[in-house]
Design a protein around this ligand. Structure first.
Ligand SMILES: C[S@@+](CC[C@H](N)C(=O)[O-])C[C@H]1O[C@@H](n2cnc3c(N)ncnc32)[C@H](O)[C@@H]1O
Length: 339
């Protein structure tokens, strides 16, 4: 385009000279009297018209050339843009392929697996809820309790393990029940003993604040004559009941338990797990010597690794003990002396 313009610019003076010469010719001829002035004017008009037509032609030619160049450049740029878009589309398609694969994997594998896990845990929870509801209803009907009872589950024992305890109380009618860890269950056990018409409960509590709360609960149900909540802080385990792990883990102060004799049932639901590894292990070495021959130990939370392992140690140290596993919500292991 610019080279053309340069060429045209170079030709312009020549064309101007030719134009001037052409215009001057009729004037000179008119001046010499070779043509009339009318013919001169006519020749000038024809030349001017011719010049105009030539200029217009040149303009049209230039315009056409410019349009052609423009259309070529537009075509080139369109091709470049299309190629760029094409590459982008290709990359987009490739990354979409990756996303599609992940979505397919999610839809076909991960999602069904998650739904199945959710279904299973929902079904398990539903079954537990139903079983606890049944146990709660049976306990209420069987024990003839107050209209408003301390709630169970969570930090407290679940209704199904209490049902196990109540069955043992009804069957064995123990004179003395000991509970390691007081709380809502102390009240329920109190009602069971009152119904059995025999025996009392000593609920041992390491935490003075919770001992007070449990005492208040017992009093609110007028069970003070059946249930005693006894504060026994956690202290290092005496050498005669310590073995292995227990040597470094505190347990209830045995001085506060020295008067307990003739125990028929022990509910091991404390101390809390946080107080040390296998924190409940000393229950058997400390209390078995104070038990009657047919005594029963019920260990709650037996689904936990700690409780299973301390139960194993009880069995190893006391071959006369046998373990029965109750399929309760938190797992309950029942230990009795082999007859
Ligand atoms: C595993 S819980 C079980 C207590 C009891 N055997 C029961 O089932 O209700 C053991 C400890 O919980 C604590 N505890 C007692 N009452 C509580 C309450 N209202 N809220 C939270 N913890 C409590 C006591 O320190 C108790 O020794």
């Amino acid at each position: 385009m610019s080279s053309l313009r340069k060429r045209i610019r170079r030709l312009l003076p020549v064309a101007g000279l030719f134009g001037l010469a052409a215009l001057a010719t009729p004037v000179v001829l008119g001046g010499l009297g070779l043509v009339t002035w009318g013919e001169t004017v006519l020749a000038l008009a024809v030349l001017a018209l011719g010049g105009l037509v030539c200029a217009l032609g040149a303009a049209v030619w230039l315009l056409r050339r410019t349009v052609l160049e423009l259309s070529t450049s537009v075509r080139t740029q369109t091709r470049q843009v299309t190629e760029l878009f094409g590459q982008d589309r290709l990359e987009l398609a490739r990354s979409l392929d990756g996303v599609r694969t992940e979505v397919r994997e999610l839809r076909d594998t991960a999602l069904p697996r998650a739904v199945q896990t959710l279904d299973r845990s929902g079904a398990r929870r539903g079954r537990h809820d139903y079983e606890q509801h049944v146990a709660w209803t049976e306990l209420r009907a069987h024990l003839d309790v107050a209209p408003f009872m301390p709630p169970l589950r969570g930090w407290a024992a679940s209704p199904d393990v209490l049902r196990v305890l109540v069955r043992i109380i009804d069957r064995d009618r123990p004179e003395l029940v000991v509970e390691c860890g007081s709380g809502a269950s102390s009240v329920w056990i109190g009602y069971a003993l009152r119904k059995a018409g025999v025996g009392r409960l000593v609920a041992i509590e390491h935490d003075a604040r919770y001992a007070e709360l449990s005492r208040a609960l017992v009093a609110a149900h007028a069970l003070d004559d059946v249930v005693e909540v006894r504060h026994a802080p956690l202290v290092p385990v005496p050498a005669e009941i310590a073995d292995g792990v227990s040597a470094n883990v505190p347990w209830y102060d045995t001085d506060a338990l020295s008067d307990l004799k003739g125990i028929g049932l022990v509910f091991v639901d404390g101390p809390p797990q946080a107080t040390g590894p296998e924190a409940r292990h000393p229950a058997v070495p400390a209390l078995l010597p104070a038990c009657v021959e047919r005594a029963v130990f019920v260990l709650d939370d037996a689904d936990r690794t700690d409780e299973r392992s301390l139960g194993d140690r009880w069995l190893a140290a006391h071959p006369e003990l046998v373990r029965t596993e109750e399929p309760t919500e938190k797992g309950a292991h029942v230990f009795t002396r082999n007859p």
